[in-house]
Design a protein around this ligand. Structure first.
Ligand code: ATP
Ligand code: ZN
Length: 300
């Protein structure tokens, strides 16, 4: 068999909010890539994994059409494309396999400040500008509301000022853009983050094994982001109290201290951040020589 066919192709946003995070995550999973001259393709030098750099809107389609095996893209785009394919009578042919915990935002309906909004019924016969026609249509149908959807491909937030819409339905993260345009959020349709999607076409043993390995490494990478390794000394009698104070720890390692009959050293991985307050509480419980270290890699 052509060994090239055993390579995994991952679609990643070329330039945008998801690009740096996506490339950084793959790098942390151990992947080293070389960019092609046209900057559209990254060849995996140390793993049989290549990246295709494209517009985020094209990612679900590339995965659905089996051009790429995996794609990293916002859930907002994934859901919109799924509904679009649904409406056109096509199967989605991609499945969400992993949530990446970055690129957080929400798809919301917003109105000019001062608009009186009393729930979805207020949208009846209103004009709503959006580039998320599928998700908006679904929301309106679920609430038995009929409204006039105006498709905007960008700069949706200026539609009300231009007199083109009463409401907008767009992505929000901090709300700064809405505020700058005199708009206020009235309804959230979808909470979004970056996700990995995989083609529904079976990959075959070797390729699927490689995908599973990447997902397992991602587990490790995402877990260590918050995790800390904590070391401290404490009297044996305080063990139970200290264990309760350690955030997100399973079984700590307890070792006797040379030359001391009642003090022990406790080592533990905390799967949550360790704050000063926790350290102060540990000290109050009898702990000393507290040390908190970052965790670089973890394999459960
Ligand atoms: P492309 O050129 O690839 O089509 P784009 O302009 O559609 O880029 P970006 O603005 O880079 O896309 O956003 C990519 C994704 O980042 C969004 O689809 C969304 O999932 C996520 N995101 C997070 N916060 C925001 C935000 N405040 N506004 C827009 N997108 C956000
Ligand atoms: Zn886009």
């Amino acid at each position: 068999m052509d060994p090239k066919e055993q390579r995994i192709k991952i679609a990643v946003q070329k330039t945008g909010r998801l690009t740096d995070h996506s490339l950084d995550l793959l790098e942390r999973c151990g992947l080293k890539v070389r960019k092609s001259k046209d900057q559209l393709f990254c060849y995996g030098e140390n793993m049989p994994i290549d990246l295709l750099l494209v517009r985020d809107d094209d990612i679900p389609g590339l995965v659905a059409d089996d051009v790429c095996d995996l794609g990293i893209c916002g859930l907002n785009v994934v859901e919109e494309k799924r509904l679009e394919r649904d409406a056109n009578g096509k199967n989605a042919l991609f499945k969400r396999v992993y949530d990446l915990d970055f690129g957080h935002c929400r798809l919301s309906i917003a109105a000019p400040e001062g608009t009186r909004y009393a729930g979805p019924k207020s949208l009846e016969n209103a004009k709503i500008a959006t580039s998320y026609v599928g998700i908006l249509k679904q929301f309106l149908a679920e609430n038995s509301v009929s409204a006039d959807i105006e498709y905007f491909s960008g700069a949706v937030e200026i539609a009300p000022k231009l007199g083109k819409a009463d409401y907008i339905c767009d992505l929000v993260s901090t709300g700064g853009t809405l505020k700058a345009n005199g708009l206020t959020e009235v309804e959230t349709l979808l909470e979004s983050e970056a996700v990995i999607i995989q083609t529904q076409v079976p990959l075959g043993g070797e390729k699927q094994e490689l995908v599973d390995k990447i997902l397992q490494r991602l587990d490790g990478v995402l877990q260590v982001r918050e995790s800390k390794y904590i070391m401290l000394h404490a009297p044996r009698s305080a063990l139970a109290e200290i264990r309760d104070l350690l955030p997100g720890t399973e079984a700590p390692t307890v070792v006797p201290l040379e030359g001391s009959s009642d003090r022990v050293a406790i080592h533990a991985v905390c799967r949550e951040n360790v704050f000063w307050e926790t350290l102060e509480n540990l000290k109050a419980a009898g702990a000393s020589s507290l040390l908190v270290l970052p965790v670089e890699k973890m394999l459960a």
